[in-house]
Design a protein around this ligand. Sequence first.
Ligand SMILES: Nc1nc2c(c(=O)[nH]1)N[C@H]1C(S)=C(S)[C@@H](COP(=O)(O)OP(=O)(O)OC[C@H]3O[C@@H](n4cnc5c(=O)[nH]c(N)nc54)[C@H](O)[C@@H]3O)O[C@H]1N2
Ligand SMILES: Nc1nc2c(c(=O)[nH]1)N[C@H]1C(S)=C(S)[C@@H](COP(=O)(O)OP(=O)(O)OC[C@H]3O[C@@H](n4cnc5c(=O)[nH]c(N)nc54)[C@H](O)[C@@H]3O)O[C@H]1N2
Ligand code: SF4
Ligand SMILES: [Mo]
Length: 702
Amino acid sequence: MAVQWKKSTCPYCGLGCGLMVGVEEGRIVKIHGMKGHPVNDGDICALPAHYPPLFRAKERLTQPLIRCNDELIPAGWDKVIAFIADRLNRIIKEYGPGSIAFFGGAACFTEEYYLINKLMKGAIGSNHVESTARLCMASTAMGFISTLGADAPPTCYADVEGADLFFIAGNNMAVSVPVLFRRICSARRKKDSKIIVVDPRKTETAAMADIYLQIRPGTDVALNNAIAHVLLKEGYIDKEFLKHYTSGLSDLTEKMRKYPPSFVAQITGCPEKQIYEAARLIGKAKAMLTFWFQGYNQSPGAVFKNNTLHNLSLLTGNFCRTGAGPLSITGEANTMGCRWVGALAHLLPGMRMVTNPIHRHEVAKFWNIPVGKIQPTPGRSIIDIIHGLHSGEIRALWIMSSNPAASLPHTRWVEEGLSKADVLIVQDIFHPTETTLLADAVLAGTQWCEKTGTFISSERRIELAEKIIDPPGLAKSDCEIIWTVARAMGFHNEFPYVSSEEVFEEWKGITRGRICDMGGVNYNRLRDKTGLQLPCPEVDHPGTPRLFTDLRFFRPDGRAALLARENGEPAEATDSEYPFVLITGRLACHFNTGTRTRRISHLNNIAPDNIIEIHPADAARLGITEGEEVVISSRRGNVRGIASIKDRILAGTVSMSFHYGSASAGNGKLANLVCNPAYDIHSQQPQFKYCAVKMSKANTLW
Ligand SMILES: Nc1nc2c(c(=O)[nH]1)N[C@H]1C(S)=C(S)[C@@H](COP(=O)(O)OP(=O)(O)OC[C@H]3O[C@@H](n4cnc5c(=O)[nH]c(N)nc54)[C@H](O)[C@@H]3O)O[C@H]1N2
Ligand SMILES: Nc1nc2c(c(=O)[nH]1)N[C@H]1C(S)=C(S)[C@@H](COP(=O)(O)OP(=O)(O)OC[C@H]3O[C@@H](n4cnc5c(=O)[nH]c(N)nc54)[C@H](O)[C@@H]3O)O[C@H]1N2
Ligand code: SF4
Ligand SMILES: [Mo]
């Protein structure tokens, strides 16, 4: 039988590449990039290309499980759903709605987050709804809100071809978004555009840079301020743009005086001359596109890094025109959807805030519930949910498509917190994961290609990913699981759905008039197209590639804000006992906690063990040799790995990925055992990229 090809969208990173899925006799056998797709035009990276074995992986969840005498055993759906509904209702009765929390990864569809938000914030009355958007994009969202007045990413990928300068900071794009990086490299060849890279590690991305600034971790605000200093001092600013469309210029000019490159060179470790070169390249650029990622968002001063980067685009008028502006890539496939549907503790659907009485009123009216049902204060961020499990204020946690026992910082503390829950519900596609192992009930969800729903990508493109094959065994779509639990809890009238399309049709109603307006989107239209960029308010509307083309921003004065920010201190500074800074991040062959990629032998064989990058001078001082086992210790724990001695990392800094959880790699190899649960006060995003550690040869410690 010939292979039949169906269109879909990548379930891994938030770039949203168009894919063609090849099906033969009901099995998915091949996955290719979709030719002609506006995002990737046929290109694909290793992650989705090697996805097919996951549809037949042996640890795939095919039925729900329930804990019985300390063991998770298979049980029927009716029994497991009744158990969950009963436990949740009892906990609500005894401890109140605020004792229930939810945490989801951004691998799921927007429809699924819409339902959980409606259940938690509307029906139960708890705002403790969090998603991995907190671990990933909360700082970017707060950066946009403070500078532009809304979490509204303004640019699109087509700007790559229009830019003549790419400023890439804290973003190892060659590894994390390779398809976009190849697009940048090819655009640059055609146009002779330039690349500036800022990263403490000389990454695969940095290797392509015209100017590479090897900054000390956590010092980007000072660097951005020094660049602003030079732009202002040497007159590389767009006076007309600044006069009409921004506020805060005089304050910024005044405060940037104290950031001359000579001073900032000492803070960042980057030579003064290089800072001038970078600033002048930015000053002369016709169109600069900026990219940043977790080197900003998960680092000390995260939101301020975002603000000071936007200052550079605003000062030079690199905004609201082709090829110019901030282009933020989101981490997981639907992190943008999570942000807009309100899957964070301070948000309501359609980019609304729980603290805003008008927003609460609008949502309550839409859901046909009393406005008092929606709590007026933000719920707990995920780190504070774990604190709440420890203190007993949170009694129940429902986790969907996330593996927090491996992805949250300070693993032992997280595991202890999860174990204290009166009931821990985990909805995944695999068992065991580090988190399902701790659950009281495990719900068997369906994965990409086994269910239908929408993702929203980094350029605000909404795409439909349809069911292509039947799920294995008794697995149910995540939408169906949520509405079944909701009905079992007594919310029949509020959750009458039979399909994700019906959920979508409802959810889009609450986006009307907002930046995420999808009034003109429906499943049929998405079937025919390669996605639509939001807002798309009418059925004949072509979508919106760029925002703010009218130069009206969402702040009260209609202007974008130039914000003078100071370089922040890390939550945990190095000292004589813990003298190294630990950075954690990613490899090309694994995705996040590795629950999927570590089950694919081709990918796992590329990097089967945890590698720790160490500078040769540091290694020599400690007598560490290439390939030997080392132990990294922080105030919270120890992690083991294999030394890779390279001068691509800054001396005094060590780096490893976080892909090696205990369920797949054995104990003691997970970076988060040592990471710090401290977070940025403005975004509550944890500082995964900065904690103080010491290091030794493994055989001297054990
Ligand atoms: N192959 C693969 N691709 C992925 C993922 C994956 O796990 N594997 N995950 C996806 C997800 S969820 C996300 S969020 C993205 C993340 O993608 P990226 O953010 O690009 O990846 P990271 O490796 O986490 O971190 C990026 C860089 O930040 C640098 N950095 C650390 N501290 C600082 C600092 O203080 N300043 C600066 N300027 N740089 C610093 C690190 O050295 C690192 O090179 O990748 C997505 N794509
Ligand atoms: N030290 C350190 N820690 C980090 C980071 C870092 O850079 N350093 N980065 C952080 C970032 S940016 C992110 S985004 C997070 C990611 O953190 P997580 O989202 O917790 O990590 P994943 O490994 O992507 O876990 C996704 C889970 O969802 C399951 N799954 C996949 N598809 C589906 C589905 O359709 N339905 C259901 N029900 N389940 C599904 C998978 O099996 C897996 O268990 O990690 C964060 N943690
Ligand atoms: S770059 Fe991202 S969206 Fe594109 S194929 Fe790779 S993981 Fe998927
Ligand atoms: Mo992420």
